[in-house]
Design a protein. Structure first.
Length: 277
């Protein structure tokens, strides 16, 4: 039994470690935080997960059922899927039918449920283009697409075949790639972000490569610790820990400074810090 669920384990560089105890701690915190990722809480009657699980035997879903799922994922994760990015009446409308268009688009995807069950990575990129227009003016919603595939496959098939892409995890991922894989060449020296390296900024994201990077980190962590972290727990751990700042008092000025955990982690790449062995 862990004595202090709020005291985390850190690696040789002082950055959050991918340990089983840390997973226990973060899940303890999440279980006591009603605001965290309602989408994946299958015990909550208001969650997307519960809605999906209650409809496991009614496939294929109607457009209205898909619209409900899309709306709740969008609302609970602030992915702004209702905005198509297309100007309306000479102004950009924040709410101009993006959810309905996404529901129509997903409803017409061939072999949707077989691809979800198989964990097909290309499905993420397909869904990301639901509001995208080659001629411009639309939106490429890679983060929403990854969340749709992740939450629906988890609840529908009890699957861990997808992982979420969002800013918090992707921003700190270069540190874990460097520390666990020694992969500092493409992340640190080029100073490129994950979104640029994997084509997301160019509206052509390579979800398979993104997921593979996470899987390599997970596998290397298993070699180091004997513990294989799930994709779901990898996301939970990094997102919850790195989503905020921490307070630190300056010794000279006595002022309280707000320090970004992500910024502190990434600084180790450029120092003589340890590659984890």
């Amino acid at each position: 039994m862990i004595k202090d669920p709020y005291k985390f384990d850190f690696d040789a560089n002082g950055v959050l470690a991918l340990t089983e105890d840390n997973i226990f701690r973060i899940n303890f915190i999440i279980d006591n935080d009603s605001n965290y990722r309602l989408s994946s809480d299958i015990e909550n009657t208001k969650s997307v997960a519960r809605y999906v699980a209650d409809r496991r035997n009614t496939l294929p879903w109607s457009k209205d059922e898909l619209l409900h799922i899309i709306t709740e994922i969008d609302r609970q994760n602030s992915t702004h899927q209702d905005s198509t990015g297309v100007k309306k009446d000479d102004s950009t409308s924040k709410n101009n039918g993006g959810r309905e268009k996404t529901a129509e688009y997903i409803y017409n995807i061939h072999n949707l449920y077989a691809r979800l069950e198989a964990g097909d990575p290309s499905l993420v990129n397909d869904i990301a283009k639901a509001l995208y227009k080659e001629e411009g003016g639309g939106r490429y919603t890679f983060s929403f697409a990854s969340k749709f595939c992740t939450y629906v496959s988890q609840a529908l098939y009890d699957s861990d075949k997808y992982c979420i892409y969002d800013r918090v995890v992707s921003d700190v991922l270069p540190y874990y790639a460097w520390a666990y894989l020694g992969d500092d060449s493409c992340f640190a020296r080029s100073k490129s972000k994950i979104s640029r390296i994997f084509g997301i900024d160019d509206n052509n994201g390579d979800y398979a490569a993104y997921r593979l990077l996470i899987d390599k980190i997970r596998k290397r962590n298993e070699e180091l610790t004997g513990y294989l972290i799930s994709r779901k727990d990898f996301d939970h751990l990094l997102w919850y820990y790195f989503k905020g700042d921490y307070d630190q008092k300056d010794k000279e000025t006595k002022r309280v400074l707000h320090i970004s955990r992500t910024t502190e982690a990434l600084r180790h790449i450029r120092k003589d810090s340890a590659i984890l062995k």
